[in-house]
Design a protein around this ligand. Sequence first.
Ligand code: SER
Length: 391
Amino acid sequence: MKAIEIRNKYLEFFKKYNHSVIPSAPLIPENDPSVLFNTAGMQPLVPYLLGEKHPAGTRLCDYQKCVRTNDIEEVGDNRHLTFFEMLGNWSLGDYFKDESIKMSYEFLTKELEIPAEKISVTCFAGDDDCPKDTESAEAWKKAGIPEERIYFYGKDDNWWIAGEEGPCGPDTEMFYDTGKPACGPDCQPSCDCGKYVEIWNNVFMEYFKDKNGYRKLKNKNVDTGLGLERMTMLLQGKETPFDTELFKPVMDKLEELQKVDSIESRRIIAEHLRSSMMITCDGGRPSNVDRGYILRRLIRRMIRHMNKIQIDLNELSTLIDINVETLKEMYPDLEKNKDVIKEVIIAEKNKFVKTLNHGEREFEKQIKKLEGTKIVPGKVVFRLYDRYERI
Ligand code: SER
């Protein structure tokens, strides 16, 4: 199943259960200066999770573009992405645990046809702030998950909050068993070995946390998030999102263009290019601060890896064209804004090339000055790093 089909199936399914489809918010939050990018589907909905009335009702669903950059250094492995799409459904004081779990189970097993025996779930184990979530566990049993595939974990695994303060609550997470052998007798969904992959997270948001602790929200809400790239990869039996139709065309082109073989660099280039295009498309511009700096970092890291595997930087324009073709059905704005996207990314590339050339000249100058000594002073190293390499 292609990513767009999964997205469409999701929206249709929740429409059938009386959810209004709301539009994806831009990546750059409109009314929330506390975050640089939308990092989750719930972000644009915070006022409504806190009790404000949403014009589209109490049952909502959408697909939301998200950027998370805390794991930027991990991109290049087989799973981390900075840009991803999150499918979400919400209850704003409407249904709660029972119905939410029933719908999730039905969507996974009936619509996506995931064999029930491949699904394990986790629930909150309880602590001083909030009791054990036996209600969710019971709902899972009723839906069809046997007790031995229901696990309980503490706040580290089964509690969700965006940042330090805000609406939050216990969550129940669904895991897909890839069929890989267990890493040991204690292998569980919380394990990092790759056997279990988290596919969906239903947060039961009935608390608000601030510096004084937890208090109950006005409503009992549900906030769910399903990562589209990951689900696409699993349903297609692929090892990484880079092997799905979302990345394949650009990955193939990179393989054709590279003169030095590195799968890690190809993934970094493909991922950072897609992310930079999406951010630029939503109005982001490279700069030295905040979100502009993140965009700059993404573009420059991509360029560094293009240099590393010796891809002519003039190919950037072709790579952008390929990505627009690949993604325009899912994100039509990419095609509309293609010229601006190209202009911004290529201008940043040119700027960076200049910086790198300066850096190289400066490096050679410094090395010449040091002739006869074996030690490069820390001051010189720091200056070179700070001015030219800190990306
Ligand atoms: N907010 C939760 C998450 O990001 C569920 O949508 O996982």
